[in-house]
Design a protein around this ligand. Structure first.
Ligand SMILES: Cc1cc2nc3c(=O)[nH]c(=O)nc-3n(C[C@H](O)[C@H](O)[C@H](O)COP(=O)(O)OP(=O)(O)OC[C@H]3O[C@@H](n4cnc5c(N)ncnc54)[C@H](O)[C@@H]3O)c2cc1C
Length: 353
């Protein structure tokens, strides 16, 4: 039985690595001509590191990434709460910050070690299920067959469209902005910093490397939104983006399976998207090998729904303009500063939920 994975983002690469290392005959195709130099996701959660351990990817990710071991929550310029993610130096209790293009590059290396290379410049245009196989049709006119096909081709998934699965949800109206910058003297070089700015606005700063930071905000200019001055020495990129909150209601049609952004998308609040895709892909590979693919769709749908609900809950709370939520924010952060149990709950939600 062979598998064709469509899309060499973090989800597709994880699926291919996890299948290849277990001896499955797997191919992976992508419409790009080479790996993306554009980084969206930054935070790798402990569960993803655990899933990628057997392939050897985690050791390399850990070598390169920055361990984020605390979170600082601000209301405007005023720090309300510091949460230590590893108060006792625990082994895995941190978020690993690494630019997504580096994560993908490490996964491609692991795949090559298992004898599989990404087939670039292969744009899939259609998928057909015939009696005993799946036909993948490419932009160059080629039709190739496989036993199973995994659509890990991102938010605008052609695989999803081809098999007729709805992507239900909403497109949020507001514009978000992002900036990757070098900066001197930023005091939170191993910390996640979140600013609640009032009027439903927020900004987040995450370290990417020793003196490089990612700034994201639900305003049109992430750097201008920061209430604390950042001494920026170089802007690597700046841009704006929109967010959708969507999920498919089934993760497979016959032998065609969906994973990652092809199956779900939500706001970057909580840094869950890539991690959820890695989790989908690892579960697909495990179930493929142990013959339990029947349970994939229900299991991944439930997990996806839970993550979207949690991420949307936090986004709505932080962005709420109501006076009640402003008071609740102050009360909760003040209480969490004093109550170890609340801090533990917050830590577990950030790292493991
Ligand atoms: C600003 C921002 C910040 C984020 N931060 C985080 C974070 O900190 N943590 C986190 O977990 N997530 C984060 N995310 C979400 C994360 O980036 C995505 O969830 C993740 O990239 C999804 O991976 P994927 O492999 O499913 O899809 P993608 O990364 O989109 O990869 C899809 C691949 O499929 C290929 N492809 C598409 N169509 C075809 C076709 N027809 N034929 C062949 N190939 C095709 C594409 O070229 C691409 O390589 C963030 C997102 C944004 C926008």
């Amino acid at each position: 039985m062979n598998v064709m994975v469509v899309g060499a983002g973090p989800t597709g690469l994880t699926a291919a690595v996890e299948l290849a290392r277990r001896g499955v005959d797997v191919r992976i195709v992508d419409k790009r001509t080479e790996g993306s130099g554009f980084s969206r996701a930054v935070g790798i959660l402990p569960k993803s590191l655990e899933l990628l351990e057997a392939s050897g990817a985690s050791a390399r990710l850990l070598d390169e990434g920055v361990r984020i071991d605390s979170a600082h929550i601000f209301q405007g310029k005023q720090e309300m709460l510091t949460v230590h993610l590893r108060p006792h130096g625990e082994d895995r209790d941190f978020i690993l910050a690494l630019a997504q293009d580096r994560t993908e590059s490490i996964l491609r290396d692991c795949l090559l070690k298992n004898g599989v290379a990404v087939e670039w410049a292969r744009e899939l245009t259609d998928v057909r299920q015939v009696s005993d196989c799946v036909e993948a049709v490419f932009a160059d006119g080629a039709t190739e067959t496989c036993d199973y096909l995994v659509g890990a081709d991102g938010i605008h998934s052609r695989v999803r469209e081809a098999v007729g699965v709805d992507y239900r949800g909403i497109d949020l109206p507001e514009t978000w902005s992002i900036a990757d910058v070098d900066a001197n003297g930023w005091p939170y070089d191993r910390s996640f910093v979140a600013f609640r700015l009032g009027h439903g606005k927020m900004a987040v700063v995450v370290p990417l490397e020793a003196t490089r930071y990612r700034v994201v905000s639900n305003t049109e200019n992430a750097l201008a939104a920061l209430p604390i001055k950042m001494n920026v020495t170089k802007i690597h990129r700046e841009g704006v983006f929109k967010i959708s909150v969507r999920q498919v209601d089934r993760y497979n049609v016959g032998a065609v399976y969906l994973a990652g952004d092809a199956a779900h998308c939500h706001s970057p609040v909580g840094g869950r998207g890539m991690n959820l895709g890695i989790d989908d892909a690892a579960e697909f590979a495990r179930r493929f090998v142990d013959g339990s693919l029947d349970g994939y769709s229900a299991s991944r749908h439930a997990r996806g729904r839970h993550v979207i609900k949690a991420s949307e809950g936090v986004r709505k709370f932080v962005m709420s303009q109501s006076g009640v939520s402003a008071i609740l924010f102050r009360v909760l952060t003040a209480a969490a500063g004093r109550l170890p149990a609340l801090q533990r709950g917050f830590r577990n939600a950030v790292l493991y939920d």
